[in-house]
Design a protein around this ligand. Structure first.
Ligand SMILES: [Zn+2]
Length: 313
């Protein structure tokens, strides 16, 4: 019998962790294993509450997480904890985003930042297929970001690109996406988390996205779901993030079911492990135990994320 299905049916987390999985929506500074950080910092991080919006989450993060990490030592500990988390959870394909601005920990040397990420990947999780991702916030000054982006691209290290922040402003960054596309990176953006189905379609069209981070609002429109399905646009969905940010009331009614039924390609991911504390393995159990998917469907979704590995596992 398939070991993934067996692990699900037996509610066996240890076995589930051994099964190859992917995490394609993961912000590197927030991707860390909570326990590992608690032991390092010598404190208990409280369980995060249900937030009413992103602002409330950011405030909680400022109070409970940020003060633990000082300077470059703290920054590198975050990255270390993220690779350790992925390895521990059996993640074989990992996309993690480094935000433009994080080079400030290295006196603005993007080269030194890249060296650090490479070194930590090699030291803690060399067997993971790691796709380094550049992320830009829509809230940062455009000219400054544009200039820094050149430096990031010049490293020839990054293979993916993501934008987050104000979904409603995202299509005004078309030029940036064109530039990144020329370099052959995977194009993603955070859209359809707070915004509408039409916004998801517009962003995919205008920015020529390959994948959408969240994109769950697409379930509100058959037209948009059909568009995503026909154009093979993948949605990298983070169920617990959606529940804890009050985007979805409960796993049971998560739109991932509707998207899947419509034939939209979906994957299951963590977003901010250090805050939400639900691994990819946990998420498979969350969706199984609440009756959203059966084991075969979850196995199908698991394979969606493993592009570089054999499809037959
Ligand atoms: Zn995200």
């Amino acid at each position: 019998m398939n070991s993934f299905i067996e692990a699900l049916e037996n509610n066996d987390l240890d076995e589930m962790r051994k099964i190859p999985k992917s995490d394609l929506h993961n912000h590197i500074t927030r991707g860390g294993n909570k326990k590992y950080i608690e032991e390092w910092a010598g404190i208990d991080i409280p369980e995060c509450p249900k937030f009413k919006d992103l602002a409330e989450m950011n405030k909680w993060n400022e109070q409970n997480i940020k003060p633990l990490f000082q300077g470059v030592v703290g920054y590198e500990k975050r990255i270390e904890a993220a690779f350790i988390q992925a390895k521990m959870d059996g993640i074989k394909e990992l996309h993690m985003s480094v935000s433009i601005g994080e080079e400030s920990f290295y006196e603005n040397s993007v080269k030194d930042l890249v060296q650090a990420v490479k070194r930590i990947h090699q030291s803690f999780a060399p067997d993971i297929i790691f796709i380094p991702e550049i992320a830009i916030s829509t809230f940062k000054p455009f000219d400054e970001m544009n200039e820094r982006l050149e430096e990031f691209l010049d490293q020839e290290y990054f293979k993916s690109f993501d934008m987050y922040g104000d979904e409603f402003a995202i299509t005004s960054f078309k030029k940036i996406f064109r530039k990144v596309k020329e370099k052959g990176l995977i194009l993603k953006a955070h859209v359809g988390e707070f915004g509408t189905a039409d916004l998801v379609k517009e962003a995919v069209e205008v920015l020529e996205l390959d994948q959408v981070q969240h994109g769950i609002a697409a379930a509100d429109s058959e037209d948009v779901m059909r568009y995503l399905r026909d154009n093979k646009i993948q949605l990298n969905i983070c169920p617990t993030s959606n529940v804890l940010l009050s985007r979805v009331k409960d796993y049971r009614i998560h739109p991932i079911r509707k998207l899947y039924d419509y034939g939209v390609r979906v994957t299951i991911n963590t977003d901010d492990m250090l805050i939400f504390n639900q691994s990819v393995s946990d998420e498979f159990f969350n969706l199984y135990n609440t009756g959203v998917f059966n084991p075969d469907e979850l196995n199908d979704i698991r394979k969606n994320g493993l592009k570089y590995m054999s499809r037959n596992e």
